[in-house]
Design a protein. Structure first.
Length: 548
């Protein structure tokens, strides 16, 4: 019985890692590819150098692109589960390393608290539930590993640190923050270990400089004097939001709740100041973490644009890691009694319970995006015979900004070669109403449906006709259409309104310009190979005939 008791923190950590992984995978079940992932899937084809080295926004993304290509080559594009599993493993590994880091400084029980808080940091749902953010998570994982091996103060540790830094920078430009941390470590320990260790930061930074000279200088930047001047406020807000996230005080995108972490931040600063006043001297290991956190938050501040607020979900994961590492260094050597650990345990359980709410809310939002994504992509596949290669899923067409990187000419070959994540026509018919509605809108423009209106009765409209409108009690209102051209004869009178649906129910989401009285409109419906008919809805005071 002594072994389980002695190793209880490690056993509980293993349970927390498993619970976190199972929870994240359950929340991600049936979600599909989202937003920037499409830029990797569709716009970085082949194995050319540019496919790996072109920047994404301002970031180097060599390793994330390689991971995405490997997963698609092995598993295809029909499901996002492989990349979700990969991301979950990265998050679990980071939680384990944070435990090791804190245990060396505070002991096993406080380290367990730190790791559990990170594993369930709900306001960082965008990182936890969106595998594309493996770019940032991978840099954090590699950076924490680098800090751990620097503890050794040995040649092997330095070599490993250099390799971890190369990996961190290969994941994203966040690796720069950890390279600066390594440089600070070299300077602080130059008397004991020598300046020849400078290579461990210099080589990764040199590789980044080569990338920047060749590709990265073309990346967009939002650096401005205004951003620089207000950056201190941004940094303080980011630190407070990170603490708020860890403590379960923040939901999604709320600046007010983010600032609830300010008292905790102030308390941490005051506690550190009091310890120093009593003779405590921080370990030199504190300053590399301070440098990394400062570089991270100031670079984010310098590149601020709306949507990149300090409390944005994507910043909360790395911010939370830095806060935990800083707390571990500032509290180094403190011996926590049972009462303090019990209070910490209660706070941790409460924080985890609270943080399940933003995780759930984030999942629901991603589920809505998944419905729209699969529906819109299904519409493109249905229209493959006639859709223009340049047709794109802009927000006005797709109903979401998450598909701006998808054009028919790129998507259809990729879906043919690697598998389709879209609904099948049968699945689309059973999809949630929002997806079926949006699919009709996309289809109407991808096929496309077209109308031409002429004054008077046109003999070309003669054929099998039905009365679609003609007063409150006459006419069908809705007419089932076939493929090809359909004539719509509007008797003299006021304006007639036409709208259509195919997969939608209870509404007609595809409007047309309609037609004036005493006119004939030809509505053309291209054949697309799916038998489900379009349905025309007519609203008019005078008789309207629909003729096939």
């Amino acid at each position: 019985m002594a072994w389980p008791k002695r190793n209880a923190p490690v056993l509980l950590l293993a349970a927390a890692l498993l619970a976190s992984a199972l929870l994240l995978l359950a929340l991600e079940a049936n979600l599909t590819f989202f937003q920037d992932t499409w830029a990797f899937l569709l716009h970085r084809q082949g194995l050319g150098v540019d496919a790996f080295l072109e920047p994404h926004n301002e970031h180097i993304v060599v390793i994330p692109v390689a991971i995405e290509k490997l997963l698609i080559a092995v598993f295809g594009m029909a499901s996002a589960t492989p990349e979700q599993v990969a991301m979950t493993l990265v998050l679990a590994a980071t939680g384990a390393l944070v435990f090791v880091y804190a245990r060396r400084r505070l002991g096993p029980w406080p380290a367990l608290i730190a790791a559990v808080l990170l594993l369930f940091v709900g306001p960082a749902w965008e990182v936890l539930l969106w595998p594309f953010e493996i770019a940032l998570a991978g840099s954090v994982l590699s950076g924490v590993a680098m800090l751990l091996v620097l503890d050794r103060g040995s040649r092997r540790g330095d070599l490993a640190a250099c390799l971890f830094l190369i990996v961190a920078i290969g994941f994203s430009s966040l690796g720069i923050a950890f390279a600066v941390a390594a440089a600070v470590d070299v300077l602080l320990r130059r008397r004991d270990l020598g300046l020849h260790r400078a290579y461990l930061a210099a080589i990764p930074l040199l590789l980044y400089a080569v990338w920047w000279a060749g590709w990265g200088h073309n990346a967009e930047t939002h650096l401005s004097l205004h951003n620089v001047l207000v950056s201190p406020l941004y940094v303080v807000e980011g630190l407070a939001a990170s603490l708020s996230s860890l403590l379960g005080l923040q939901t999604i995108g709320s600046v007010g709740e983010a600032l609830l972490g300010a008292p905790a931040l102030l308390a941490l600063v005051v506690a550190a100041a009091l310890r120093m006043a009593r003779g405590f001297r921080p370990s030199p290991r504190l300053w590399p973490v301070v440098a990394a956190a400062a570089v991270y938050w100031f670079l984010a501040a310098f590149n601020y644009i709306p949507g990149r607020e300090a409390y944005a979900s994507r910043y909360m994961y790395a911010g939370s890691v830095f806060m935990l590492l800083l707390a571990a260094e500032l509290l180094r050597g403190v011996r926590f009694g049972r009462a303090a650990l019990a209070v910490g345990g209660v706070v941790t359980v409460a924080a985890v319970a609270s943080n399940l709410v933003p995780l759930r809310d984030g999942k629901e939002w991603l589920r809505e995006q998944t419905v729209l994504t699969r529906s819109d992509l299904a519409a493109i596949e249905i229209a493959r015979r006639t859709v223009e290669p340049s047709f794109g899923l802009t927000p006005e067409v797709a109903g979401t900004a998450s598909l701006i990187d998808v054009q028919a000419g790129d998507y259809l070959p990729a879906a043919r070669d690697d598998g389709s994540p879209a609904y099948t026509p049968a699945e689309l018919a059973r999809a949630p109403a929002a997806g079926r509605r949006q699919a009709d809108i996309v289809l109407s423009q991808a096929l496309p449906l077209s109308t031409k209106t002429f004054t008077g009765t046109d003999s070309r409209a003669a054929g099998r006709c039905v009365l679609a409108a003609g007063g409150r009690r006459s006419g069908r209102g809705e007419v089932r259409l076939g493929f090809g051209a359909t004539g719509i004869e509007v008797a003299p009178g006021g304006h007639a309104a036409f709208s259509l649906r195919r997969f939608a129910s209870g509404e007609y989401p595809v409007p047309t310009e309609g037609a004036p009285g005493d006119s004939t409109t030809f509505l053309r419906v291209p054949r697309d190979g799916v038998a489900r008919p379009w349905r025309l809805h007519v609203v008019a005071a005078q008789p309207v005939r629909v003729c096939r």
